[in-house]
Design a protein around this ligand. Structure first.
Ligand code: UD1
Ligand code: CA
Length: 452
C-alpha cells in the first residue's frame, strides 16, 4: 500500500492578510511578482501539488485584489476576510467557517513564502494524525521562531521576541508551515491567548497546546531556500535572484546554451527545448515556449510567444501578446511582433512592426514594413499570403489582405486588398525636372549670400 493511498483528504489555508508594511507599496505584498508571477500564485501552486479538497485564502489588506488574483488561478478558492491582523493563529481561525465539516488534514501556508517544493509538501502530510511543523536549519536564525526539539518531536515553538537566551541559540527554525488534523487544530486555535511580546494570537503556540492533549507533534525539515519569506523589497530581489539562478541552471541542464547566464532572465513558466542558444541580455516574460534548435540573439524581450524549431530571433527583437512563430522563420533586428501567426520560413529581417496579423509561409517582409493595426479605437487584422513579398517601407493599413505570391512596391501605403499574384504600387509617381536641381542650388546660395 502506498503512502498515497493512505493519505487523508487535505485542505489548505493560505495566510495573506498581513499588511506587508515593509514593502512600502500600495499593492498587497503577496501580489508582488517573482519571475512574472505573483508570489501568492507560487504558494498556491505548491499547495495544489497536494490536490487539496478545499483551499482558503485569508485576506485583509488589499483583499479584493488578492481575492481576484487567487481566483484567476483557482476559481473554487474560498476567500476569508480577517478584518484585523491579530496574528497568524487568529488568521487561520478565519477559515473555520469556510472549512466547516471538513474532517481531513489541514495545511497552513503563508502567501509570502513562495518556494516550497512538491517534495516538501508531500513530506508534510505523511502522518495525518500528528501536528507537523516544517522547519529549517540556519546559522543565522535572527527573527525566526525557534523549534524546541526532542528527537524529531517538536515540543514547542518560541517566537524570537519571546525567547530566552538559551532558546535564541537554537538553529532549528519555524518556516511557518504547519499541518495537522483539521478539527483538532481548530479546537486548539480557539484556546490561544495573546499573552506574548507582540500581543498576538500565535499559530506557533499550537504544538505546545497539542502536546498537552496528547497529540503527537513532529517536525520535518527542508532547505532554507524553500522557506525564504518575503518581507521587503530586498527580500523580493533575493527571491528573484534565487529563482533566476535555478531557472538558468535548469535551462542549461536541459540542453540550452546560455553564453552569459547571469544576463538572461526567465519567467516562472519559460519552457525551452534542446539545443536552444540564448545570447546575453535576453528577458522572457510569462507564456513563452521555445522548441528545439532556436537561437535567441542578444537583447531580445519575449513574452506570451510560441516559437517552433529552427527559428532565429534578434538581436533586439520584441515578441509578445500571443505571437506564434513557425518553423525555420527568421526574425531579425528591431522587429516587434504582437498577436501574430508568423508562418514557417517567413522572414522579417529588419525594422518591422507586425501586429494582429497572419503571415503566410515563406513570406518576406522588407525593412520598415509596418502593419497599421490601430485606428485609435479598434485593432484590425492584416493577412499576408504565402510567399508574398512586402517591399521595403510598406505601410499595411488594416484591415487588409495581401494574397499569396503578391508583391507590394517599396514605399507603398496599402489600403486595399492585393489579389494573389498581383503587384501593388501605392505611392506618388516619380517625376524628374530637367536641370532644376542645379538651378535650385544656385538660387539658395544667392539667397544666403544676400543675407550676409
Ligand atoms: C512567522 C512565525 C515564525 C516563523 C516565521 C517564518 C508566527 C507567530 N510566527 O513569523 O515562527 O519563523 O513566520 O517566516 O506564526 N498573517 C495574517 N494575519 C495576521 C498575521 C499574519 O494573515 O494577523 C500572515 C501574513 O500575511 C504572512 C504570514 O501570516 O503571510 C506570516 O506573518 P508574519 O507577520 O510575517 O509572521 P512572522 O513574524 O514572519
Ligand atoms: Ca514573515
Amino acid at each position: 500500500m502506498s503512502a498515497e493511498n493512505r493519505r487523508a483528504a487535505t485542505a489548505v489555508v493560505l495566510l495573506a492578510a498581513g499588511k506587508g508594511t515593509r514593502m512600502r507599496s500600495k499593492q498587497a505584498k503577496v501580489l508582488h511578482q517573482i519571475a512574472g508571477q505573483p508570489m501568492l500564485h507560487f504558494a498556491m501552486r505548491a499547495a495544489m501539488t497536494l490536490e487539496p479538497e478545499r483551499m482558503a485564502v485569508v485576506v485583509g489588506h488589499g483583499g479584493e485584489e488578492v481575492a481576484a488574483s487567487a481566483r484567476t488561478l483557482h476559481p473554487g478558492v474560498d476567500i476569508c476576510v480577517q478584518e484585523q491582523q491579530l496574528g497568524t493563529g487568529h488568521a487561520v481561525r478565519m477559515a473555520e467557517t469556510a472549512l466547516d465539516g471538513f474532517d481531513g488534514q489541514l495545511i497552513v501556508l503563508f502567501g509570502d513564502t513562495p518556494f516550497l517544493s512538491a517534495e516538501t509538501m508531500a513530506k508534510l502530510v505523511t502522518e495525518p494524525q500528528a501536528i507537523t511543523v516544517l522547519g529549517f536549519e540556519t546559522e543565522h536564525p535572527g527573527r525566526y521562531g525557534r523549534l524546541v526539539m526532542e528527537g524529531d518531536r517538536a515540543l514547542r515553538i518560541t517566537e524570537a521576541k519571546d525567547a530566552t537566551a538559551e532558546e535564541l541559540a537554537i538553529t532549528a527554525c519555524n518556516s511557518g508551515v504547519m499541518a495537522g488534523p483539521a478539527q483538532a487544530m481548530f479546537r486548539l486555535l480557539a484556546q490561544l491567548s495573546p499573552k506574548n511580546a507582540q500581543g498576538e494570537y500565535y499559530l506557533t503556540d499550537l504544538p505546545h497546546l497539542a502536546r498537552e492533549e496528547g497529540i503527537e507533534t513532529r517536525a520535518v525539515f527542508c532547505d532554507i531556500a524553500e522557506t525564504l519569506g518575503i518581507n521587503d523589497r530586498q527580500d523580493l530581489a533575493t527571491a528573484e535572484a534565487a529563482f533566476q539562478a535555478r531557472a538558468r541552471a535548469n535551462a542549461m541542464a536541459a540542453g540550452a546554451t546560455l553564453s552569459d547566464p547571469e544576463s538572461v532572465h526567465f519567467a516562472w513558466d519559460t519552457a525551452l527545448g534542446q539545443d536552444v542558444e540564448i545570447e546575453p541580455n535576453v528577458v522572457f516574460g510569462p507564456g513563452v515556449e521555445i522548441a528545439d534548435e532556436v537561437t535567441i540573439r542578444a537583447f531580445c524581450h519575449i513574452t506570451e510567444t510560441r516559437i517552433a524549431p529552427g527559428v532565429s530571433v534578434g538581436p533586439f527583437a520584441r515578441l509578445r501578446g500571443g505571437a506564434v512563430i513557425g518553423e525555420g522563420a527568421y526574425i531579425g533586428n528591431f522587429v516587434e511582433m504582437k498577436k501574430v501567426d508568423f508562418g514557417p520560413g517567413a522572414k522579417a529581417a529588419h525594422l518591422t512592426y507586425v501586429g494582429d496579423a497572419t503571415v503566410g509561409a515563406g513570406a518576406n517582409l522588407g525593412a520598415g514594413t509596418i502593419t497599421c493595426n490601430y485606428d485609435g479605437v479598434s485593432k484590425h487584422r492584416t493577412k499576408i499570403g504565402e510567399r508574398a513579398f512586402i517591399g521595403t517601407n510598406t505601410a499595411l493599413v488594416a484591415p487588409v489582405t495581401v494574397g499569396d505570391d503578391a508583391y507590394t512596391a517599396t514605399g507603398s501605403v496599402i489600403t486595399q486588398d492585393v489579389p494573389p499574384g498581383d503587384l501593388a504600387i501605392a505611392r506618388g509617381r516619380q517625376e524628374n525636372k530637367t536641370g532644376l536641381g542645379r538651378k535650385l542650388r544656385e538660387r539658395l546660395a544667392a539667397q544666403k549670400a544676400g543675407k550676409e
